[in-house]
Write a protein that binds this ligand. Structure first.
Ligand code: C2E
Ligand code: MG
Ligand code: MG
Length: 301
């Protein structure tokens, strides 16, 4: 792959350090952030988010190193390492009798490369996992240079059963042409609109219209950056069935996610949050499940 030439945003880590972390054995961590069904409060999927455990600086966030990874042409190596880590996590979950799909982030340059798809499908096959447990999120940090190649690779993933999600919808490079050209199962509406919808009628209408478009096209709609449980009724009203954000669960270790999933599987637990927070949850999630009419158990972290 040709390296692209976006400037590094990082002032604290050198190119050499980034390259050593991506190609070496140490330093890369993968956290999982739950994705929640806003009608039931249940965790239905998770997103893998990379962290760099740096010996001198502590945790370095992706914004500090992903642009450098892409500029150095190491994006496919990162993808393969995160994908392998996610497959190992899915195997751990399977041993515990738990299965939820986990999404891996990747820019267009990675996903339009046949070798990324070969790697992912090969490893899923070797692990004997259902391909539906792996999803890819097309991040919108790069313009799409090779639409035909991207369309072909994403079609291969979809055919194999790996769903494709469009990340950061509304603030990135996605055009209506891209939306109609690639196979998608999900769009994630950028947190820009979610955080502004309360104070801006325009932001709310944009969010609602984007959700409606996606729903008409048969895609799941995920609201990103849900920081306030009080926003959940408005998000549901706007057509966002699913949400992700600090109010629903921060990026966490596999162990912590599995703990929440076990509690969910075993029928919920008493709310463990302070009373005011707990009552906001109860307001946000109807006490009865809209579909089944059964009581809904919600859990907080
Ligand atoms: P993203 O894929 O849109 O991921 C969501 C980001 O929003 C994550 O930031 C997450 O921690 C953060 N977030 C989640 N809930 C909230 C909330 O309620 N409020 C706020 N303010 N933020 C929230 P993070 O982990 O720093 O990742 C930033 C971006 O870096 C990701 O955005 C993704 O584009 C990229 N990234 C992360 N991991 C990987 C990776 O393994 N590979 C690639 N290529 N990119 C990655
Ligand atoms: Mg993402
Ligand atoms: Mg996003």
């Amino acid at each position: 792959m040709m390296p692209n030439h976006e400037a590094s945003t990082s002032s604290v880590v050198s190119d050499d350090e980034v390259a050593a972390m991506i190609t070496g054995k140490e330093g890369l961590r993968v956290l999982l952030q739950p994705q929640v069904d806003l009608l039931t409060g249940r965790i239905v999927a998770a997103e893998a988010l990379a962290r760099w455990q740096h010996s001198r600086l502590g945790i370095v966030m992706p914004a500090e190193f992903i642009p450098t990874v892409n500029r150095l042409g190491l994006d496919r190596t990162l993808f393969e390492r995160v994908a392998q880590r996610v497959i190992d996590m899915l195997l751990t979950m399977r041993r515990a009798g738990i299965a939820i799909p986990v999404a891996i982030n990747a820019p267009a340059s990675t996903l339009s490369d046949e070798r990324s798809v070969d790697f992912l499908l090969g490893r899923i096959h070797a692990a004997e996992l259902p391909a539906s447990l792996l999803r890819v999120e097309l991040t919108e940090d790069q313009p799409i240079k090779e639409l035909d190649a991207l369309r072909a690779t994403l079609a291969r993933l979809e055919e194999a059963g790996c769903e494709v999600s469009l990340d950061d919808f509304g603030t990135g490079h996605a055009s209506l042409k891209l939306l109609s050209a690639i196979p998608l199962s999900e769009v994630k509406i950028d947190q820009y609109f979610v955080t502004r919808m309360r104070r801006s009628a325009v932001a709310f209408e944009v969010l609602r219209t984007a959700a409606e478009l996606a729903t008409r096209l048969g895609w799941r709609v995920v609201a990103e950056g849900v920081e306030n449980v009080a926003d959940i009724p408005a998000l549901r009203a706007a057509g966002c069935r699913y949400g992700q954000g600090y109010a629903l669960g921060r990026p966490m270790s596999l162990e912590d996610l599995m703990m929440r999933l076990r509690v969910q599987r075993d029928g919920g637990e008493p709310l463990a949050a302070p009373a005011s927070y707990a009552s906001a949850w109860l307001d946000a999630f109807d006490p009865q499940d809209a579909e089944t009419g059964l009581p809904v158990h919600v859990t907080t972290q």
